[in-house]
Design a protein around this ligand. Sequence first.
Ligand code: CAA
Length: 291
Amino acid sequence: MEIRSVGIVGAGQMGNGIAHVMALAGYDVMLNDISQEALDSAVTLMTGNMDRQVGRGKITPEEQASALARIRPTTTLSELGQTDLIIEAATERETVKQAIFEDLVPHLLPHTILTSNTSSISITRLASRTDRPEKFMGFHFMNPVPVMQLVELIRGIATDEATFSACRTVVERLNKTAASAEDFPAFIVNRILMPMINEAVYTLYEGVGSVQSIDSSLRLGANHPMGPLELADFIGLDTCLAIMNVLHDGLADTKYRPCPLLTKYVEAGWLGRKTQRGFYDYRGETPVPTR
Ligand code: CAA
């Protein structure tokens, strides 16, 4: 089955990046959010990110114009039911995702494939609440979506081969690379990345190093493009904590216990870049460590 149209639920950090790359690859995109304001700022952000790509000669102004014209923002979730592929990219909370799929199901075409951009929640469990577990899978992009090469494709226990292969074809058309992961907590990237970030927070919590020394150690000592605390702020500390909790609960191993300092930052509402404060304070000209 050929995918021509894509519905994206959630116009936040991930949703707008997914809409950006899908539209540039020629898909008709419906972008849904409950908030008109979030949709408006997503369009502004995509326009700005594409302007940057035009400025660097990565895309032409014509490609930008036709991509933006292919994106239709809507606050009505049911309209997405008319698309061939739906990618849910809402908040990383299972109850929110379940409610979205329950609302969508009565409006779907018989062939519509349902996917979630979840970074850690069980695909099999999400699928079991829909009418089509065999047409359901994980479609996990990395942030920033227009830049990162990888997409994790995660089969639930019931996902059929036609669904997997239709999604793999979409990844190829995006000029990205798919990695196939089995449906276990946090899949591949976050199973490895989050314990590293959590360990960096423990390293800070135990006073082994400062924010700056931890980040420069990994940047300069291991050639990571960002230090782990800077990366945690970039991803969102609430998302990092949610993923550690999924690992801790799902694998029942104390090695995944979230660092109390990570919990404290989240409780303070210091969630990283999106709230202007996390392990760094972003309110001034340059980021300043908060510890
Ligand atoms: N849209 C379009 N292009 C963008 C962009 C965006 N949102 N953000 C950055 N870019 C482009 C820039 O235009 C620039 O393009 P050129 O190469 O053509 O010059 C390029 O990306 C590099 O950007 P910058 O020069 O501004 O900055 P940088 O060199 O410091 O790179 C970075 C920024 C790509 C984010 C880099 O720091 C990096 O790779 N960091 C690590 C990111 C990472 O690990 N992401 C995965 C997080 S885990 C995840 O997402 C999974 C999960 O479930 C939590």
